[in-house]
Ligand binder design. Structure first.
Ligand code: DAT
Ligand code: MG
Length: 151
């Protein structure tokens, strides 16, 4: 098993709708390890870097307004094939196409309010983790509690 890492962001609508706990729970339940977590207000500058390929799209101004409309919860998750698996857990970009059982399929209706972000490739995950986290904010840790089952 590889120690792959990915970036997951609960977008402002997810925070405002109190969905953070349920989203975190899905990743924990699946068996992934939380290695970074913070609440922050995104700057337009960071967003422009994050969505650099989308800057010329007609929906980009609305995307910026949405993503800066309130705090987001930024997470780094680690585990075997976490990038690919988390994309499946998050579901199709357009919630109308997202399957039930996915975060978007269970909690959202429209592409402009799709609750969560997940990196889409190893290169993307590395780039986005470096963009959203300082190196020392990502922790390596092991389960050391002798009274519970560890990995
Ligand atoms: P994903 O978030 O599934 O990786 P993406 O990278 O293509 O999708 O787009 C990033 C975000 O931009 C997406 O989560 C929501 C927004 N977006 C994409 N296509 C859109 C559209 N046609 N209309 C409005 N917003 C859109
Ligand atoms: Mg994307």
């Amino acid at each position: 098993p590889e120690k792959e890492r990915t970036l997951i962001v609960v977008k402002p609508d997810g925070v405002q709708r109190r969905l953070v706990g349920r989203i975190v729970q899905r990743f924990e339940q699946r068996g992934f390890k939380l290695v970074g977590l913070k609440l922050l207000q995104v700057s337009e500058d960071l967003l422009a870097q994050h969505y650099q390929q989308l800057r010329s799209k007609p929906f980009y101004p609305d995307l910026v307004q949405y993503m800066t409309s309130g705090p987001v919860v930024v997470m780094a998750w680690e585990g075997h094939q976490v990038i690919q698996s988390s994309r499946k857990m998050v579901g199709h970009t357009n919630p109308a196409e997202a399957q039930a059982g996915t975060v978007r399929g269970d909690f959202s209706l429209h592409v402009s309010r799709n609750v969560v972000h997940a990196s889409d490739s190893p290169e993307g995950a590395l780039r986005e983790l470096q963009l959203w986290f300082q190196g020392q904010e990502l922790l390596n840790w092991d389960c050391v509690d002798q009274f519970i089952t560890c990995e």
